[in-house]
Design a protein around this ligand. Structure first.
Ligand code: NAD
Ligand code: DAU
Length: 356
């Protein structure tokens, strides 16, 4: 079985990917994660006795550490999930986004290049550097615009999106300049179990259960294309195995929803699962001050990965959202662990001045 160095594997998508990779025996995994506020090692507790899973706390920007790990474990692939990933945080303090998403990815590429150049020809041909990126690099769509394709020009609008765009460009440059066998995936909004509750869906679920306001930015008509996280993980593994080196693949849910409708749907699920007499969760919905530069609409044209690799999303939004709500209801230990003082400070920082 191949070994992969997975970065950011204690975060939402990385951890779901590692759990799948080990349960399905896809890969042996070395997980390098800095353990920022967004991570939770509890998510991976079930792998503690797995001899083919190793966790290392560290920064992707630390070339010496990454080079040591590459020498030590001789991975056949690097899958780069590590990032600062929240748009609102990038608006309030962009510095960390440059540090990890741009400089960190650059340093990871440098360490990978040195490692890859020293491999045997056969190992060089097998090796892959897969960079996990986002649809936000393409900017914002109007309602009638066609969905983002792989050749849509980059037009990032938030510091987060700009930092991811920069990292994508470096990955591309390392393929063209040095021949490093890279792959890039650009995916739409993920949802599912184990997502840190700063993002819309888990935030709404947990606020509703605490009878707190459900904050909807602006008029709630911004549209996102939601994909169940397991479908994203399956797509990444497929691209890793069969993707054409140097290429990028768009991954999307074929599931565009206005934010207000997503929130209404969560409320309706909670009305069913945790009913309260004379109270509907939707009564907590609150329209608040908009996100600066808020992108209107994202939509992904994923015909390339469908056509070339035979991927398509398996989960539909109704069943995926139900599973997600159920997961948060049944995992209060996990939830309580991530809702620390730092989380409460974040809620204060982001929402206190938003009341409209
Ligand atoms: P996340 O914020 O939940 O997790 C990020 C992880 O990276 C955390 O465990 C954190 O500790 C780690 N990390 C941060 N800086 C690091 C560093 N310098 N070195 C090592 N580890 C570091 O993010 P996520 O939602 O799981 O997203 C994973 C990747 O997928 C990101 O690159 C993101 O841009 C991309 N993406 C996310 C979505 C989404 O909807 N969440 C959609 C498309 C693409
Ligand atoms: O599109 C892919 C991107 O999706 C990823 O690259 C990012 O890492 C990920 O965070 C996500 O970005 P968004 O900004 O779209 O996700 P978020 O959950 O923060 O917000 C989803 C939508 O909901 C967005 O239009 C803003 C809105 N929103 C968000 C929050 C947190 C609200 O209305 N209220 C909120 O409290």
């Amino acid at each position: 079985m191949f070994t992969a160095l997975v970065t950011g594997g204690a975060g939402f998508i990385g951890a779901n990917f590692i759990l799948l990779a080990r349960n399905k025996q896809w890969l042996n995994v070395v997980n390098l994660d800095k353990l920022t506020y967004a991570s939770n090692l509890q998510t991976l507790a079930e792998l503690q006795d797995d001899i083919n899973y190793h966790f290392v706390r560290g920064d992707i920007g630390n070339v010496e550490l990454v080079s040591y790990l590459l020498e030590q474990y001789q991975p056949d692939a690097i899958i780069n999930f590590a990032a600062e990933s929240h748009v609102d945080r990038s608006i309030l303090s962009p510095q960390e986004f440059i540090q990890t998403n741009v400089s960190g990815t650059f340093n990871l590429l440098e360490a990978s290049r040195f490692y890859w150049q020293k491999l045997s020809l056969q190992k060089q041909q097998q090796f892959r550097f897969l960079h996990v990126s986002t649809d936000e690099v393409y900017g914002s769509l109007n309602l009638k615009d066609p969905a983002f394709r792989e050749d849509t020009p980059y037009a990032p609008n938030s510091p987060y999106a700009a930092s991811k765009a920069a990292s994508d460009h470096f990955v591309r440059a390392y393929y063209h300049t040095y021949g490093l066998p890279t792959l890039t995936t650009n995916c739409s909004n993920n949802y599912g179990p184990r997502q840190f509750p700063e993002k819309l869906i888990p935030l709404i679920i947990l606020n509703a259960l605490d009878y707190k306001p459900l904050p909807i930015y602006g008029d709630g008509q911004n549209i996102r294309d939601w994909l169940y996280v397991i479908d994203h993980c399956e797509a990444i593994y497929l691209v890793l195995q069969q993707g054409k080196i140097g290429e990028t693949y768009n991954i999307g849910g074929l599931n565009e929803r206005a934010n207000v409708n997503v929130v209404e749907k969560i409320c309706a699920i909670l009305d069913e699962l945790v009913p309260k007499s004379d109270f509907n969760y939707s009564s907590l919905m609150t329209f608040v001050k908009d996100r600066p530069g808020h992108d209107k609409r994202y939509a992904i044209d994923c015909s390339k990965i469908k056509r070339d690799l035979g991927w398509q999303p398996q989960e539909n939004f109704d069943s995926g959202l139900l599973k997600t709500v159920q997961w948060y209801l049944s995992n209060s230990y996990w939830v309580n662990q991530v809702r620390s003082g730092a989380y409460k400070n974040w809620l204060k920082q982001n929402y206190e001045n938003r009341k409209s």
